[in-house]
Design a protein around this ligand. Structure first.
Ligand code: BGC
Length: 920
C-alpha cells in the first residue's frame, strides 16, 4: 500500500470512528466491591460497606454525587428499581466505605447493585456494570444441620518409620449423603463449616476452587463457614453430596509442639444445602445421622508432615448418586461447638499458579531433583504412569546440599513428604489436598522409569488477595528483590500472615505481620485479609489485655504474649488498614481491645518505662551484632502506640480519648528522653535501630533530630556502610534515611551486595526473602538449621520504601486512603529510572522517573476523584515544565511552593509529565 493510501486509511479510521461512535464518557464507574470483596457470597455483615472506582482520561475529573441502587432481583436492578436501597442522588465525593443503609438485610438475601456518579460538571455517568452480594446465615437458628464426623480410624504406621519421626494422624474421613430433588431448581446454596478442613463435592465435582476451607481461626472461639452457589451443580432428580475432612490446623500438628489435636481431636462437618425450586418452594439437605462415612485413598494428611495417598483405595463415584455405600459406616454426631459461627469474608486460599521445573537432576541413582527456579508455598502435581502398587515419594526443600541432594534440615520436624501409590493403567495425576510445603526443589524417588520436566509442576497456594502493585527499576538485582518480597508475601499469606511456610512453625507471628503490613498493602489488596486476621488477634488477647505474639492462638501454646513490636501489632494493623483503606470500622470494632492493651501496658509499667517484666521481649530480632536495649525498644513502641491511638480516636470521633492518648504520648516521650537520650542526642545502645525508632516514632525533641540522623549515618559508616538492623529496625532504615536528607545512603544500602544487605541473598540465589541476613554464606554455608527459613518476609519490609520513596507513591500524612496522593519520588543511586504502579482503593496510581544529564522527568497518573501533591526535584534555579508548558501554567497544575530541593505542585486527576531542568 502506498504511503498516501496508508495515511488516508488512518484518517478514515480516526474520523470515521469519531462520527460513528458516541461521545466518549467523561468518567466511568467500575470495580464494585462489597466489604472489599468482588461479588461475595454469604456475608454476615448487616451494614456492609460498598465501594467503587472511577476512571477518566480527563484532568481534574471527580465525583460530585453518586447514586447506589440495590435490588432484590436482577430484573429490578435492570429497571433501576432499588427495592432494597436507592440512595437517590447523594452529593458527595465518597467512593469507598459507603455504608449500606437500606432495608434490613436478612439471612440468604441476594442483593444486586450498581452505581452511577455525577462528574465535576454535573454530568451523570453511565451506571456501572452490575454486581451482587448475598447474605449468609445470620443467626444460630438458621443452622438446621448437625456436626458430623466419624469414629477415628487407625492411623497408618509405616514399618520403616524412623523412631524419631512423628507418627501420622488417622486418615481423613469421607462423608456422603444422597438426596433427590423433585422439581426444577431455581437456585441452590451450600453453607459449610468444619472443625478441620473440608473439601465439598456435589454430583462428582469439587465445589469451588478453595483449598483449606474454612481456614484458620481460634476454633475455640470462632469457626468460619463458607457459602457456595451450587445452582449449577444440583439437578432435578437424584443427587449426592460428599465431603472429605482433613486435620488441618484444628487437629493436626502445629508449630514445633510435636503434638496433634491442638484444638480438638475429632474433625467434623456442618453442612446445609438449601434449594429453591422454580415454583418458590424449598428443600433443605443438612448434615445429620443419615450421612455415611468411610476412609478412602488418603491414608494420612497433615499440614506439616505431608499427605499419603493410595490410589488403589479410591472409591470411584463416592460423590455421585447410586454409589453403593453399604460398606460405609453411620456417621458420628458430635457436640455443637461453643465457638461462634461466622462467615468467611476474606479471599479464600486457592492454587493461583502452576510452575514447571527449570531443571531436573539425578544426584543419586533413582533420586530425581526438580528445580522450580522459584521458592514457593504449595505442593507438587505429579504425573505418573506405571504398575499398580508402585509408590512414588515426593520430598520438598528450599535449598540443595553441595552434592545436589535436597537440604531439609531446616524444616525441623516438618516431614514435608507426600507419597502416592499407583492404581496402574492410564496416566495418573496426583495433587494433595490437606498439606502444603515451602520449597523450590522437589525430590522424586520410586518413580517408575525416568521422569522428565513434565512429571511435576509446582502448585502455588495462598490467599487470593488481589495483586495491586508492580515495580520496575534500572538495577535488575533490585527488581529481583521486589520479586522476592512479593513471593514471600504469596508464600506466607496463607489464610493468616505466617512467618514461614516450610518448617514446623508457620504461625501468625504478630511482629512479622506489623513490620510487613505496609509493604503488603502495596503488593496486594489485603484489606479483607487483615480485617479477618484482626478477629484472630482480638481472640488471642489475654484476660489482662495483653495481645499475644502469635495469632490465632491455641491453648497448647503458652507464654507467647506482650512482646514489644509483636503485641503492638494489635494497634499497628488497624492503624494501617485505616490509613490505607480509610477503614474506620476496623478501628471501632477493635477499639475496646486496643484500649485494654493500652491499659495493660500502663498497669504493668507505672513508671512509663516498658520493662516487660511479664511477657516476652525479642528485641530487634535477628539484628547483626547490634543489640538495641530491649526496654528502649519496648518503650519506643509504647510511645508509638499512644500516638496512633490518639490519631485513631480522632478518626472515630472519640475526642476525649484522643486527648487522653495525646497526653500519654507526651508523658511517655518525656520518659523516653529522660531515660535514653543524652543531651548530645546519643541514644543509649547507639544502634541503628535506636536512631531509627527515635526518628520514625517522633521520640526526640525537635532540635536533636538532625544530630540523631547524623549519628545514624555515622553508625552505618562505622560498619563500612552496612546495615545492622533486625526485623524491627529494618523497616524504618531507608524511609528514615531518605526523609532525613540521606537518600544517597539509603540507595547505597539498597545497592550493596556484600553481607549484610538485601542483595547478598540474591547474589546467593535467593528467590524469596530469607529469615536471616546470613541464611547461607559462602564462608559458613547454612546458618543454624534450628532456625533458618528461606521464606520469611520480615526483612522485605523495605518494599514500602521502593513504592513510597523510590517510585514515590505515598499516602498523605493528613488524609487516609489515597484521597490526596503524595507523588514524591527520590531519584537516586546510580540508577537511570524507576517506576511503580499501585491499584489503590481509589483506582490506579502510577509514578516513575527517569534521569539524564541535568534533567529529571517525572511521569505519573492519579485516578479520577483524587488529587495529588507532587514533589518535583528542582533546585531554586531549575526550570520545570509539565507537558509542553511551564509547569505552573499547565492545565490543572498549581504551584504550591518552591523549596530548596523541590518544587511542590498540586494537581487533580489525570496523567502528567513534569520535566525539571537544572538551569546552567
Ligand atoms: C519466627 C519469627 C518470629 C520470632 C519471634 C521465630 O521463630 O520465625 O518470625 O517473629 O520467632 O521471636
Amino acid at each position: 500500500m502506498g504511503m498516501w493510501l496508508a495515511l488516508f486509511s488512518v484518517a478514515l479510521m480516526i474520523f470515521g470512528a469519531g462520527c460513528a461512535r458516541e461521545k466518549a464518557p467523561h468518567m466511568t464507574v467500575f470495580s464494585l466491591k462489597c466489604e472489599y470483596l468482588e461479588n461475595p457470597s454469604g456475608i454476615d455483615e448487616v451494614r456492609p460497606r460498598l465501594g467503587w472506582i472511577l476512571e477518566s482520561a480527563e484532568r481534574g475529573q471527580k465525583q460530585t454525587a453518586y447514586r447506589i441502587i440495590v435490588a432484590s432481583s436482577e430484573e429490578n436492578l435492570k429497571k433501576d428499581v432499588g427495592d432494597l436501597w436507592d440512595t437517590g442522588k447523594v452529593t458527595s465525593d465518597q467512593s469507598s466505605q459507603v455504608v449500606y443503609n437500606g432495608k434490613e438485610l436478612r439471612s440468604r438475601m441476594r442483593c444486586y447493585w450498581k452505581v452511577c456518579a455525577w462528574d465535576r460538571n454535573g454530568e451523570m455517568t453511565q451506571f456501572s456494570p452490575p454486581a451482587f452480594w448475598t447474605m449468609g446465615l445470620l443467626s444460630a437458628s438458621d443452622w438446621q444441620g448437625k456436626w458430623i464426623g466419624m469414629k477415628e480410624a487407625k492411623a497408618e504406621t509405616s514399618p520403616k518409620a524412623k523412631a524419631k519421626e512423628l507418627p501420622s494422624g488417622p486418615p481423613p474421613s469421607w462423608l456422603r449423603k444422597e438426596f433427590s430433588l423433585s422439581k426444577p431448581v431455581k437456585m441452590a446454596f451450600a453453607y459449610v463449616a468444619a472443625r478441620g478442613l473440608f473439601e465439598l463435592h456435589i454430583n462428582g465435582q469439587k465445589v469451588g476452587k478453595d483449598v483449606f476451607a474454612p481456614e484458620w481461626t481460634d476454633y475455640d472461639k470462632r469457626i468460619q463457614y463458607r457459602t457456595y452457589d451450587i445452582t449449577d451443580l444440583v439437578k432435578n432428580g437424584d443427587n449426592a453430596v460428599g465431603a472429605i475432612l482433613g486435620d488441618g490446623w484444628y487437629s493436626g500438628y502445629l508449630a514445633w509442639l510435636q503434638k496433634r489435636g491442638n484444638y480438638g481431636d475429632t474433625t467434623s462437618l456442618l453442612c446445609q444445602l438449601e434449594v429453591e425450586y422454580a415454583d418458590g418452594s424449598t428443600e433443605l439437605i443438612v448434615s445429620d445421622d443419615t450421612w455415611r462415612a468411610a476412609v478412602g485413598p488418603i491414608l494420612s494428611a497433615d499440614l506439616l508432615l505431608g499427605e499419603n495417598y493410595d490410589a488403589r483405595q479410591e472409591m470411584p463415584g463416592w460423590d455421585t448418586a447410586g454409589f453403593d455405600d453399604s460398606s460405609w459406616q453411620p456417621v458420628l454426631l458430635l457436640e455443637k461447638p461453643a465457638a461462634k459461627l461466622v462467615a468467611q469474608m476474606s479471599q479464600p486460599v486457592q492454587v493461583t499458579q502452576y510452575i514447571s521445573p527449570v531443571a531436573m537432576n539425578e544426584p543419586a541413582r533413582g533420586v530425581y531433583v526438580f528445580d522450580l527456579g522459584q521458592n514457593i508455598a504449595g505442593w507438587a502435581r505429579l504425573k505418573v504412569k506405571g504398575k499398580q502398587g508402585t509408590k512414588v515419594t515426593l520430598r520438598f526443600a528450599e535449598r540443595l546440599n553441595p552434592d545436589g541432594t535436597i537440604y531439609t534440615t531446616n524444616l525441623r520436624t516438618a516431614r514435608a513428604t507426600d507419597t502416592y501409590v499407583l492404581k496402574g493403567g492410564e496416566e495418573e495425576l496426583f495433587e494433595p489436598r490437606f498439606t502444603f510445603h515451602g520449597f523450590q526443589y522437589i525430590e522424586v524417588t520410586g518413580y517408575p522409569g525416568v521422569p522428565n520436566k513434565n512429571t511435576v509442576a509446582g502448585c502455588v497456594v495462598h490467599s487470593t488477595t488481589p495483586p495491586t502493585g508492580t515495580f520496575n527499576y534500572s538495577n535488575p538485582l533490585v527488581n529481583r528483590l521486589w520479586d522476592n518480597i512479593t513471593w514471600s508475601q504469596r508464600g506466607n499469606f496463607i489464610s493468616i500472615p505466617t512467618d514461614c511456610p516450610q518448617r514446623d512453625e508457620r504461625l501468625g507471628w504478630m511482629g512479622d505481620a506489623q513490620i510487613f503490613i505496609r509493604t503488603a498493602t502495596y503488593n496486594m489488596d489485603v484489606a479483607a485479609f487483615f480485617t479477618k486476621w484482626m478477629f484472630d488477634v482480638e481472640d488471642a488477647q489475654s484476660a489482662e489485655g495483653a495481645f499475644s505474639d502469635i495469632s490465632p492462638r491455641f491453648k497448647t501454646l503458652k507464654d507467647h504474649y506482650a512482646a514489644p513490636g509483636w503485641g503492638d501489632a494489635g494497634i499497628i494493623v488497624p492503624w494501617t488498614v485505616y490509613r490505607v483503606y480509610g477503614d474506620t470500622r476496623i478501628v471501632e470494632k477493635h477499639w475496646e481491645a486496643m484500649s485494654r492493651w493500652m491499659d495493660f501496658l500502663l498497669a504493668a509499667n507505672p513508671d512509663l518505662i516498658r520493662r516487660n517484666k511479664v511477657g516476652n521481649n525479642y528485641g530487634d530480632w535477628l539484628s547483626i551484632g547490634a543489640d538495641t536495649p530491649k526496654d528502649l525498644l519496648a518503650t519506643a513502641y509504647w510511645v508509638y502506640d499512644a500516638w496512633l491511638m490518639s490519631w485513631m480516636a480522632k478518626a472515630i470521633g472519640r475526642e476525649a480519648e484522643a486527648a487522653k492518648y495525646e497526653k500519654l504520648f507526651t508523658d511517655l516521650k518525656a520518659a523516653f528522653q529522660k531515660n535514653y537520650v543524652q543531651p548530645d542526642s546519643y541514644i543509649l545502645g547507639e544502634t541503628q535501630t535506636d536512631y531509627l525508632l527515635a526518628l520514625y516514632m517522633d521520640l526526640l525533641p525537635e532540635n536533636l533530630r538532625t544530630k540523631a540522623a547524623e549519628y545514624l549515618v555515622e553508625n552505618i559508616k562505622t560498619k563500612d556502610w552496612h546495615l545492622s538492623t533486625g526485623f524491627i529496625g529494618v523497616r524504618h532504615l531507608n524511609p528514615v534515611l531518605t526523609e532525613m536528607g540521606y537518600s544517597d545512603i539509603a540507595y547505597r544500602l539498597l545497592n550493596t551486595e556484600s553481607f549484610p544487605s538485601w542483595l547478598y541473598p540474591i547474589k546467593n540465589g535467593a528467590t524469596t526473602i530469607w529469615e536471616r541476613w546470613d541464611g547461607w554464606t559462602a564462608e559458613k554455608g547454612f546458618q543454624d538449621p534450628g532456625m533458618n527459613s528461606f521464606n520469611h518476609y520480615s526483612l522485605g519490609s523495605v518494599g514500602e520504601w521502593l513504592y513510597g520513596h523510590v517510585a514515590g507513591i505515598d499516602l498523605d500524612p493528613e488524609l487516609p486512603a489515597y484521597k490526596r496522593i503524595i507523588i514524591h519520588p527520590y531519584p537516586g543511586g546510580d540508577l537511570e529510572y524507576a517506576s511503580a504502579t499501585y491499584n489503590s482503593i481509589q483506582g490506579r496510581i502510577s509514578s516513575g522517573w527517569a534521569r539524564g544529564n541535568d534533567i529529571i522527568e517525572i511521569n505519573f497518573t492519579i485516578p479520577a476523584n483524587t488529587t495529588a501533591t507532587v514533589y518535583v526535584p528542582a533546585g531554586p534555579e531549575a526550570l520545570i515544565t509539565e507537558g509542553d508548558k511551564p509547569a505552573e501554567k499547565a492545565e490543572g497544575v498549581k504551584l504550591l511552593e518552591r523549596k530548596e530541593k523541590w518544587a511542590v505542585f498540586s494537581v487533580g486527576s489525570g496523567t502528567y509529565r513534569f520535566v525539571s531542568k537544572m538551569a546552567k
